[in-house]
Design a protein around this ligand. Structure first.
Ligand code: FDA
Ligand code: NAP
Length: 438
């Protein structure tokens, strides 16, 4: 029986593990026993998009801990110091490390928590356990499947923090296969096909993933035709200028949460372009320069199909016939590709499937969204005596940072304090924690 079990061990729950550990180290209040369950065999953060030149979209200071505790030993600066690269990093004068370097930082941070994490384990369901009226009534039971051998086990918890991440989105009617990929599986699929087999490839979408993959394939397949299918007139820039960037400040969560419907609507209307369907300036300029260079050389192999959407796809052997429809004149065009990548984004996290029957005890608002308290707890019917916290899936209630890294450190601190408060109010309960892992 743990005080809290984290479902998923990406950056969000890693940040929570750090917040819990630092609180325990401070000796403040009740010590919390925690465990984390992660389905990947080892730590990985969007590994299939670790393209060599991809950079972070937030400052390195928005790491796992600094905004909550600037003196944390789990900060990015601390990692650089330990790796012997702090001086060189500063000489580099760049707020935005590569995703590969940030991944190394995350791996380094998680290495301090390996005893608390079960890798290769998938949480299949979270349900209520214990008989009403008995001493252990009203805790949670997690069914956990071992990915390697398929066996199942039960883990018991007083509270859970669900953080299972974004869900890849395919356009309606399009199925993935060994030559039709979603960007979330890109590198693994790309490596599985010999590059000499890829003579014509296409990427669908006009977000950061699409632009990065287009550039990567243009680099890696010098003999190939590279098609980019863009729903807009051209890539639009991600607004990361200082005033707009305030939407990612910790204070913006209060403004969003306690705001009116009109306030929230204004956040989306004016600032969606800080994150969705947009691309960093540097990548846009790089792609345009490549396109222009091809014009100058009189040899074009990078093709932009703007105002276009995929109507249908048809597999013939290893080839995929992609039927595009232009929004300009409704004309259709068929591309013959050896690989087709849908960089068509993600749905937010939805805990419904994991919660099973419990979901019916979690009220929703008029739009069908779960009600979530400011401390990221799902509102449940009052008789449920455990906390179900969400890290992700709270864009409707807490705003744009819900699925991002920007506010991780602060959010984890807030969840930690809420957990402590819950557990302290429940001191009357028998002390069930048998294993202190954090
Ligand atoms: P994340 O998805 O990282 O982790 C969830 C974990 O849960 C995964 O490891 C998954 O395996 C595990 N899991 C899922 N279901 C499970 C189950 N049933 N049982 C057990 N484990 C389960 N944001 C930003 O602010 N700055 C940036 O630079 C970027 N860069 C970026 C690049 C790319 C390519 C993408 C797709 C997204 C970003 N993001 C981003 C946004 C991204 O959502 C964010 O960086 C983090 O991944 C959020 O961390 P989480 O831990 O919440 O989810
Ligand atoms: P995204 O921003 O949601 O973009 C998805 C793109 O696909 C949009 O252009 C969208 O067009 C298009 N699309 C969706 N459905 C389509 C359809 N049926 N036909 C044609 N086009 C369609 O997704 P993303 O680029 O994967 O980015 C997701 C998150 O990951 C963002 O937070 C981003 O910043 C992050 N990311 C970060 C990095 C990095 O750190 N270097 C790299 C990649 C991604 P519409 O606008 O018309 O919907």
């Amino acid at each position: 029986m743990y005080d809290v079990v984290g479902v998923g061990f990406g950056p969000s729950n890693l940040s929570l593990a750090i917040a819990l550990k630092e609180r325990a180290t401070n000796g403040a209040g009740r010590k919390i026993s925690a465990a984390f369950i992660e389905r990947q065999p080892s730590f990985g953060w969007h590994k299939n998009m670790l393209l060599p030149s991809a950079t972070m979209q937030i400052s390195f200071l928005k790491d796992l801990a600094t905004f909550r505790n600037p003196t944390s030993k789990f900060s990015f600066v601390s990692y650089l110091h330990e790796s012997g690269r702090l001086t060189q990093f500063v000489n580099n004068q760049d707020f935005f490390p590569t995703r590969q370097e940030f991944h190394q930082y995350l791996e380094w941070a998680q290495s301090h928590f390996e005893d608390s994490v079960s890798y290769g384990s998938e949480v299949v369901s979270v349900r209520r356990a214990g008989e009403a009226g008995s001493g252990a009534a009203g805790h949670l039971e997690l069914e956990v499947r071992d990915i390697a051998d398929g066996s199942s086990r039960l883990v018991h918890a007083r509270n859970v923090v669900i953080s299972t991440g974004l869900v890849p989105r395919m356009p309606q009617g399009m199925e993935r296969d060994e030559r039709v990929w979603h960007s979330s599986e890109f590198l693994e699929k790309f490596r599985s096909v010999g590059s000499d087999e890829l003579k014509s490839v296409a990427v669908v979408g006009a977000g950061q993933s699409a632009a990065e993959i287009t550039r990567f394939m243009h680099d890696m397949l010098p003999h190939a035709q590279v098609h980019s299918v863009i729903p807009s007139y051209g890539y639009s820039v991600a607004d990361d200028t200082p005033f707009a960037n305030q939407v990612f400040d910790p204070a913006a969560v209060d403004d969003y949460y306690y705001g009116t419907d009109q306030t929230r609507e204004a956040f989306w209307r004016y600032h969606k372009n800080t994150n969705y369907s947009v691309v960093d300036t540097e990548v846009i300029q790089d792609l345009y320069r490549r396109s222009y260079d091809e014009d100058v050389r009189g040899y074009r192999r990078l093709h932009f199909h703007n105002l276009s959407r995929v109507e249908s796809i048809q597999r013939v052997g290893n080839e995929t016939l992609v039927s595009l429809v232009s929004l300009l004149d409704k004309e259709t065009q068929v591309l013959n590709t050896d690989a087709l990548v849908f960089a068509t984004g993600y749905e937010g996290m939805d805990p419904t499937r994991l919660l099973g029957d419990l979901a019916a005890h979690c009220p929703r608002d008029d739009q069908g969204h779960y009600r979530v308290d400011r401390d990221y707890q799902l509102v449940t019917e009052p008789e449920l005596p455990f906390g179900i916290y969400l890290q992700g899936g709270t864009e409707h209630s807490h705003g744009l940072t819900s699925s991002l890294l920007s506010n991780l450190a602060t959010r984890s601190g807030e969840i930690t304090e809420s957990l402590v408060n819950r557990l302290e109010t429940e001191q009357a309960l028998p002390a069930l924690a048998t294993e202190e892992t954090v």
